[in-house]
Design a protein around this ligand. Structure first.
Ligand code: GTP
Ligand code: MG
Length: 194
């Protein structure tokens, strides 16, 4: 993918405030701190188009980005961070579910899993919704630089078990090494063209 322009469009929480659904759209979802914003920055080759943070739970809005004037990427709010206020936690479900149900331009959701973590209830809830709503899913295991190559398969076991997905369903990704970036682009492009 040749990136000519990347523009932050707007943040929103509810459909009335989404930008017009004029372009095909890919969203990025996963727990707080899993690396959604970092993945988007690597894909568009920008250090800080999307704000990343070592303090999880910062992104509590849907953030819409325009790429090349041709399609949109959406950074969805993360879930599952203990220190986020309860009121904010309660909003995550309806906010994301509504987006998945109502966004006509949505073509696929990239779902991120941290290679060091066992998926939890919210991760599985998200996968269930995507299946129920027939939204194509691009599952990604991130932060693979955190474990040695030899440990990868062993680390992935609990993720496969919890999600019921196969090894081949997942792209393995690392933001610092960019491993997996091309494969994610191929999957994103295929979803945009579908
Ligand atoms: P929220 O916006 O809070 O939901 O988090 P997020 O999913 O957008 O995560 P973000 O991209 O902000 O990354 C969180 C932290 O993980 C940051 O310190 C990143 O530098 C780090 N990080 C993200 N991806 C990777 C990766 O592939 N490898 C390593 N080692 N660190 C990563
Ligand atoms: Mg983020």
């Amino acid at each position: 993918m040749h990136i000519k322009s990347t523009t932050f469009v707007k943040s929103a929480t509810k459909p009335a405030n989404y930008p017009p659904a004029a372009l095909p759209e890919i969203a990025f979802a996963g727990r707080s701190n899993v690396g959604k914003s970092s993945l988007i920055n690597v894909l568009v080759n920008r250090k800080a188009l999307v704000r990343t943070s070592s303090t999880p739970g910062r992104t509590q809005l849907l953030n819409f980005f325009d790429i090349n004037g041709a399609f949109s990427l959406v950074d969805l709010p993360g879930y599952g961070f203990a220190k986020v206020p309860l009121a904010v936690k309660k909003e995550w479900g309806p906010m994301v579910r509504t987006y998945l149900e109502r966004r006509e331009s949505l073509r696929a959701v990239v779902v991120l899993f941290d290679i060091r973590r066992v998926p939890r209830e919210e991760d599985l809830q998200l996968l269930d919704w995507l299946e129920e709503l027939s939204v194509p899913t691009i599952p990604v295991i991130t932060k693979i630089d955190k474990v040695s190559r030899g440990q990868r398969l062993k680390q992935i076991g609990p993720i496969l078990e919890a999600t019921g997905l196969d090894r081949d369903d997942f792209t393995l990704f690392s933001a610092p090494t960019r491993e997996g970036m091309e494969e994610i682009w191929e999957r994103v492009e295929a979803a945009l063209e579908a």
